[in-house]
Design a protein around this ligand. Sequence first.
Ligand code: ADP
Length: 402
Amino acid sequence: MPDTILVINAGSSSIKFQLFEIADGAGELTLSLKGQIEGIGSHPSLIARNKQGEIVTHRIFAVADLPDARAALGQLASWLRAWHDGAFPVAIGHRVVHGGPDYDTHVAVDDDVLAKLEVLVPLAPLHQPNNLLPIRAIRATQPGVLQVACFDTAFHRGHPDVADRYAIPEQLYLEGIRRYGFHGLSYEYITRSLPIVASEVAGGRIVVAHLGSGASMCAIRDGRSLDSTMGFTALDGLPMGTRPGQLDAGVILHLITHKGMTADAVQHLLYHDCGLKGLSGISNDVRDLLASDDPRAKLALDYFVYRAGLALGSLTAAIEGLDAIVFTAGIGENSPVIRARICRQARWLGIDLDKTANAATDAAGARLISSPASRVRVYVIPTDEERMIAHHTLEIFRRQRR
Ligand code: ADP
C-alpha cells in the first residue's frame, strides 16, 4: 500500500479532509479519498468519496455521539484507520488561517510553533482555534507523526510596507494590526499552475479573483503577491456570501455607540448576516440570486460586480498594469454570467471575452476565455488548496528524511 498524506481543513462546524497517495519515486500526489464531517454539534454526518467520486461512506450521527470537534476527530481517525487497514499517514498537513507577521512559509509543527500560533488566536478568533485543535489532539495521541501548518497568510508576507500598513499609530502595527491578506494557499496554487497552463503570462502582472463564499482578489507580479483586497481579517475587501467586504469603520462605532449592539452581536452580523445575504434578504448563494427576479437579488449581484470591478482597477494600479485576470473558486469557476459582467465592467482595461469559451459549461480544467483581440488575457483556473497543502507537507516530509 502506498504511503499517504492526510490534509485537514478544520472549521467551526466541519472537518474537511483529503487523503493523497504518494506515488513511488516521482513524488506525484494522487487524491485517493475526500470527505468531511459536517454539522458537528447540530446534525453530525460523515461523508467520503473515493478517487472516482463515488460515495464510500455516508453516516449520520446522534448529536450526543459527536458533540464537538474533538469527538468528530476521534471518529474520523478511527474510520480512516479502518479504511486504510490500520495504516497511518506518513504526514498530516493542516490549513491554518493565520501565520502572523513572521511566517512567510509553511512549517513543521513543534511545541514552539504551536505556542506561536496560539498567540495569534485573537487575530482570527473564529478560525485559528478550530485549526489548532486537531494539531494538538493528534500530537497528544501520535507525537511521532509529522504535522505541517500551512498558512493562508504566508503567500502575502512579502507585501511592500505601504500595502502591509493601515494609517494607524506605529504601536498598533507592532502589536499585529496589519493587512495580512488571506486565501494565500489558493493564490499560491494558481501562481504555481501558471507556467504550465498560461506560460505566456506567468511572469507578468496578474490579478487573481478568488470568488467563493469567501471572496478576495490578489495582485501578483513576477509570481509574488504585492497586494490583496483582504486585510487584518477576512472581512475586508469584496462583498461575500455573508460578509460585507469593505466597510467604513465608523459604521461599527455607530452600531455599538448608537444602536447599543454588543461586540458579539456586531461580530455575528459582520460574519453571518451581511454580504449577498444581507443585501438581498434572500440568499448568500449566487445561484439563487441569479435565478430570482426580486429586485433585491439584482441589487446584491450588481453590488458584487461593481465592487469586484473597483477592486480590479485598484489592484491593477498596485502592479502598474495588467496582463491577465484569473477567475477561480466556486463563483469564479462556475458562473459565466458573473465573469462576463465583471469583464464587461472592466472593458476600459482592454478586456474582451470569447463568449463561447466563457459559456462552455462542460469545460473542465484551466482554460483561456478571452478573445484573441483582448489586450488582457482572461483565464479560468480551478483552485486546489488541499493539493497545495499536501505538496508542502510532502516537501517538508522529504526534507526531514534526508
Ligand atoms: P468556500 O469559500 O466555501 O470554499 P466555494 O469556493 O465552494 O466556497 O464557493 C461557494 C459559492 O460558489 C456558493 O455559495 C455559490 O454562490 C457559488 N457557486 C457555486 N456554483 C455556482 C454556479 N454554478 N453559479 C454561480 N455560483 C456558483
